[in-house]
Design a protein around this ligand. Structure first.
Ligand SMILES: O=C(O)C(=O)C[C@]1(C(=O)O)C=C[C@@H](O)C=C1
Length: 270
């Protein structure tokens, strides 16, 4: 089985991928950015992909859900929660007080916002923690630092100048496992709905949520993202918790469609 994740070697995505697929026969494929990972599974060049969906501090990883929605057939079939502890990494000989820039992927820079601000560093974005650390190593600079997992220090022969610099010590990222098979089993599982409302009207979101309440569907996550067609027009991602049967899901879909909303089920997972 071919599994795609965000590379290069040493990312948190790699850690999540190797842990989740530990007991399966897997050929790992690394890609340069999160949209590239989703494209690889969307175009069926791999069998599964693992991408970050949500983080304790950053919230939703927009790059992931915006890419996910571009491919009709993609289906979330699993999730994995990884503790995320962030280190300030630098080339040998770097002195902490000389560091003017922090390099990493945008969600990591946000997870260390307080640290970066309090040390007056400029944030510089890369496609992953590991690509930032690699670029820093190649540059040989001693006035910048990369932020990423501890494993990058031994992998790239870097110093750890400061440990656990994320804004919250209990930081975690929820990864999702995405494939192209629509699993139709009858078990009770978490379900991910994507609802694109038919027509804007007062109380629209509240009316949608009332349908879930009436069917006793307990929602565990909600996110709105622009449809990109017109300013202020959004679609909603709603995750129902694991007590949701397929029968109840189908009831919700029927009611929502009758009211003129477009509904897609993009995941059933435990
Ligand atoms: O850059 C990495 O190491 C990644 O695997 C990406 C990523 C993300 O984009 O959220 C994954 C988990 C952590 O939240 C931090 C970074």
């Amino acid at each position: 089985m071919k599994v795609a994740y965000l590379g290069p070697q040493g990312t948190f995505s790699e850690e999540a991928a190797t842990r989740y697929f530990a007991d399966k026969e897997t050929e790992f494929w690394m890609f340069d950015s999160i949209p590239d990972v989703v494209e690889a599974i969307g175009e069926c060049r791999v069998d599964k992909a693992i991408v970050p969906l949500e983080n304790t501090i950053e919230g939703t990883i927009n790059m992931t859900i915006d890419s996910l929605i571009s491919y009709e057939q993609l289906f979330i079939e699993g999730e994995y929660i990884l503790p995320v502890s962030l280190q300030l990494l630098a080339n040998k000989g770097t002195i902490r007080s000389d560091i003017k820039e922090a390099w990493s992927i945008s969600p990591i820079l946000t997870q260390c916002r307080k640290y970066i601000r309090s040390h007056h560093m400029k944030s510089v974005q890369y496609d992953s923690s590991a690509s930032a650390a690699k670029a820093m190593q190649l540059s040989g600079r001693t006035d910048v630092a990369a932020i990423g997992p501890r494993s990058l220090a031994s992998l790239l022969n870097l110093d750890i100048l400061e440990r656990d610099i994320q804004d919250n010590p209990d930081n975690q990222t929820r990864f999702i496992i995405v494939g192209n098979d629509r699993l139709r089993d009858q078990e009770t599982k978490k379900t991910m709905f994507v609802i694109t409302p038919g027509q804007d009207q007062p109380g629209l979101l509240s009316a949608i949520l009332n349908i879930f309440a009436a069917l006793s569907i307990n929602l565990s996550w909600i996110e709105s993202r622009p449809t990109t067609t017109k300013l202020g027009v959004y679609r909603f991602f709603l995750e129902a918790n694991q007590m949701c049967s397929l029968e109840t899901v189908n009831k919700a879909v029927t009611i929502l469609e009758t009211l003129g909303h477009d509904v897609r089920i993009i995941g059933r997972y435990q």
